[in-house]
Design a protein around this ligand. Structure first.
Ligand SMILES: Cc1cc2nc3c(=O)[nH]c(=O)nc-3n(C[C@H](O)[C@H](O)[C@H](O)COP(=O)(O)OP(=O)(O)OC[C@H]3O[C@@H](n4cnc5c(N)ncnc54)[C@H](O)[C@@H]3O)c2cc1C
Length: 338
């Protein structure tokens, strides 16, 4: 049997999988994953499909995580928000705001599920998931145990965590607990938020501003398939940054804590003249160089060829290697772009 994945991935790639299991409770999720793992059936855990590129039909079972539930507890200083993996991230941000729990507003409108948020440590407008993560519960497939990792144990980094490293393909995230201080501090460093007055601004105003900016900047996947930023912003050494700055005085970069510099990958791609560049049905967005889009009939192969081409051009021009942000899925699991 073959099931279409087209409605289940925001790039709108028309690939199929051999089987699809929808799970709505934690017990269904863990039971399904334990069984598939023990029978050595290739399995892909699917959230909102907003960070996946299917290059071909998937010869395995896709487990769609649709578990729901949010619980709030408090102590004197904090709110603790526990959410099941299948909750929609943006709905959780809205839910918190509606309950006067502030802090997540900068991360409004990031597509996808709560369970996927720790994996690449989602972030936007100056805040990353790890800032408020208390712990992450997951089913560890190789030991068959339900484990809880503290924030520190998750080893979060820029679009990184242990779930993309040592525990890659071994952890099925079941729920997440966030710890949000009752004493709220607005985070307004990021460009479009800088005009807001920190002494009077409300979390709702930040939320509204973030939503408005995101809607005006990023293509809506329901109209133009995409997975958001296709490449991570590359991090280079101070000496490499100085050399680049001499050659390209207007280069956009952000100083990191450890004397390194994060380059704006979108600037590099734009500078290379690749906005609007197209291979097959896949194209660099005409306004947002960091976003690759499906012009209608893109295949996974088109997307990979376009990504490879961009990586090569940027390397030749700037001597900088771009790394792909979404997960690239081959016939039986994750693959690298060749
Ligand atoms: C328009 C747009 C804008 C975006 N903007 C941002 C942004 O501002 N910041 C940002 O960080 N990201 C952004 N993204 C990327 C995306 O929203 C995030 O990566 C998100 O966390 C993906 O969630 P998902 O549920 O869709 O994951 P999926 O795409 O379904 O899965 C992604 C990966 O996580 C795995 N996975 C999913 N759920 C689980 C689970 N419960 N347990 C174990 N593994 C799991 C999958 O197997 C896969 O490897 C954007 C994407 C789009 C389309």
């Amino acid at each position: 049997m073959s099931i279409s994945l087209a409605p289940l991935n925001t790039f709108g790639l028309k690939q199929n999988c051999s089987a699809l299991v929808r799970v709505v409770t934690k017990s269904e999720l863990t039971t399904a994953c334990r069984l598939l793992y023990s029978e050595q059936v290739p399995m892909l855990i699917l959230g909102g499909g907003s960070n996946l590129v299917f290059t071909t039909d998937y010869q395995g079972t896709v487990v769609s995580v649709e578990t729901k539930g949010i619980k709030i507890t408090t102590d004197d200083d904090y709110y603790y928000v526990n959410a099941q993996a299948g909750e929609n991230w943006h709905s959780l941000v809205e839910f918190c705001l509606a309950n006067n729990i502030n802090g997540l507003e900068n991360m409004a409108l990031i597509p996808g599920t709560v369970g996927a948020a720790p994996i690449q440590n989602i972030g936007a407008y100056g805040i990353e998931f790890n800032r408020f993560c208390q712990d992450v519960e997951f089913l560890r497939l190789d030991t068959n145990e339900l484990v809880v990792f503290s924030n520190e144990q998750c080893r979060f980094g820029y679009r990184e965590s242990i779930f993309k490293q040592e525990l890659k393909h071994l952890a099925v995230i079941t729920e997440v607990t966030l710890k949000l201080p009752k004493q709220w501090l607005p985070i307004l460093e990021y460009g479009p938020l800088q005009h807001l007055d920190p002494s009077t601004v409300t979390a709702q105003q930040i939320f509204d501003c973030v939503c408005q900016v995101r809607k005006s900047k990023l293509p809506d996947p329901s109209l133009l398939g995409n997975v958001g930023s296709f490449f991570k912003n590359p991090i280079v050494s101070l000496s490499q940054f100085i050399a680049l700055k001499q050659r390209f005085p207007s280069i956009v970069a952000f100083k990191q804590a450890d004397e390194q510099y994060k380059l704006a990958a979108g600037w590099l791609i734009d500078q290379a003249g690749l906005k609007g560049f197209q291979i097959g049905g896949a194209a660099v967005h005409k306004d947002q160089a960091l976003v690759l889009v499906n012009t209608g009939q893109a295949t996974g192969e088109d997307v990979c060829q376009l990504a490879r081409y961009i990586i090569d051009v940027i390397y030749d021009l700037f001597d900088v290697t771009l790394h792909v942000e979404p997960r690239i899925i081959g016939p039986e699991g994750e693959i690298e772009i060749k």
